[in-house]
Design a protein around this ligand. Structure first.
Ligand SMILES: [Zn+2]
Length: 453
């Protein structure tokens, strides 16, 4: 057993060859709302994984508990899901790209490209997420050069190599030189050009043999994609059952563009081009109005809230409370722009809860919020979604070390979900299991691991 002061933990990401698929632990409790445990989320529990599958998740009797008093105070958390990201490598700050309002910021992103290949940007981004407990993510590929198909393929390989679950999003954008949005009758790609991209999407998808990776269609945003291309994407998605991930009303300029260009309403346009439905996820929606949130919810769409990004890019305050009051499937996304440029998903969760509370003057329950974001995130990930934590499921979970909070865990006014949401942070993540494999283990957090060979 080793232990170090908080913050001193070093981490390793296990490479494919050394991935472990067996483990057994005594855990203190469970975060979220797991049906499996009849609402009892206080341990001690025994958790066993064999060949990547959860084979035991049961309460340990007090006699068994007495024999093993050194309960580790790890708690079981369903795999965290980043519902919107791009894979920004080791971060924009290191790359020298300063925060700024979205439109000039995109200009600086294009002028001073982040350092690295698409493969290294996505790989480093995914590794940073894993250290925070995020083992499943959307990656909207930002091409660095002109061969989009090659870069999307490289992104899929990078995510697969790191061992995360990922929805890789192929970018489709045919508006050039119109940062503030196209005209209504803008002529973009020809039918043959659009068909070429959609064929490329299917060819790349056919070459992906990792069940943890899914390919999605990514019309970049309605202001940067012509109507005819949007309609072609909408039809293709419906015909092929392929999911769509699209930015929507992220900035004030985009809101103004939408109101100016589509006075009948942007939701009308989305309906016309067949981009509403349970297979669609919108990112941001910073400037969505209540009636628009309701219309998207009624169509079964999902929305990724990206609060840190909206603050860093001066986009606005996302409508967290209105979104929570709606029936939308909701996810939380880092957009590669966590406040500390460190992929800290726990801070993102606290920020979202804080904004929601500030917008209503009411407390938001941690278990309910985490459960909703995890369910929404699973929807957004499509076939690459994590398995629920349950007997017979593949191991897709995080073990969080909350030993410093055991005095709260013994009190019934503090659920493990409340403690995790209040105190979770990357250096308390001791293990991350994805698709039945231990893909991340902290080596310095002091956890004693009972892991088979
Ligand atoms: Zn984005």
């Amino acid at each position: 057993v080793t232990s170090g002061p908080a913050g001193s933990a070093t981490a390793t990401v296990h490479r494919r060859a050394s991935w472990v698929t067996d483990g057994s632990w005594r855990i203190a409790g469970v975060v979220g709302l797991l049906d499996e445990l009849d609402g009892t989320r206080r341990g001690p529990f025994e958790l066993v994984v064999r060949d990547g599958v959860i084979t035991s998740l049961r309460t340990i009797t007090s006699r068994e508990g007495e024999q093993t008093p050194d309960m580790s105070w790890r708690v079981l958390v369903p795999l965290l899901i980043n519902a919107h990201d791009h894979g920004r490598g080791t971060g924009n700050v290191l790359a020298g790209i300063a925060d700024a309002p979205l439109e000039p910021w995109i200009g600086s992103l294009r002028r001073r490209r982040p350092i690295g290949t698409q493969e290294s940007l996505v790989g480093d981004g995914c590794r940073a997420m894993l250290a925070s407990g995020v083992g499943a993510t959307v990656i909207c590929v930002n091409p660095q050069g002109s061969d989009t198909a090659a870069e999307v393929t490289a992104a899929a390989h990078a995510a697969s190599d790191v061992g995360v679950r990922a929805a890789i999003v192929y970018p489709l954008e045919d508006v050039t030189n119109a940062m503030h949005g196209r005209s209504r009758d803008y002529v973009g790609w020809s039918a043959a050009e659009v068909a070429g991209h959609l064929e490329a999407v299917e060819a790349i998808a056919a070459g992906i043999h990792d069940p943890c990776i899914e390919l999605q269609l990514g019309p970049v945003g309605p202001q940067w994609v012509s109507e005819s291309t949007l309609a072609a994407v909408g039809a293709h998605a419906r015909r092929r059952g392929r999911r769509v991930h699209m930015h929507l009303l992220e900035s004030r300029a985009q809101r103004e563009w939408a109101d100016r260009t589509y006075p009948e309403g942007i939701v009308d346009l989305l309906r016309r081009v067949d981009l509403l439905g349970p297979h669609i996820c919108f990112a941001h929606g910073t400037h969505l109005r209540k009636d628009e949130l309701a219309a998207l919810a009624e169509s079964g769409c999902a929305l990724s809230l990206n609060a840190s990004s909206n603050l860093r890019l001066a986009s606005g305050i996302p409508p967290v409370a209105d979104a929570q009051r709606s029936e939308l499937a909701l996810g939380a996304g880092l957009d590669g722009l966590a406040l500390g440029d460190d992929a800290d998903y726990w801070n993102e969760l606290r920020l979202l809860r804080g904004l929601g509370q500030a917008q209503t003057g009411r407390r938001i329950d941690a278990a309910t919020m985490l459960d909703r974001l995890i369910r929404g995130g699973r929807r957004v990930l499509g076939s690459s979604r994590p398995a629920p934590v349950a007997l017979g499921s593949l191991a897709d979970f995080v073990l969080l070390d909350l030993r410093g909070y055991r005095h709260l865990a013994e009190r019934y006014d503090w659920s493990f979900s409340e403690i995790a949401l209040a105190a979770g942070r990357p250096d308390r993540v001791s293990e991350v299991w994805v698709g039945g494999r231990a893909v991340f283990r902290s080596t310095g957090a002091g956890s004693r691991l009972a892991v088979g060979s």
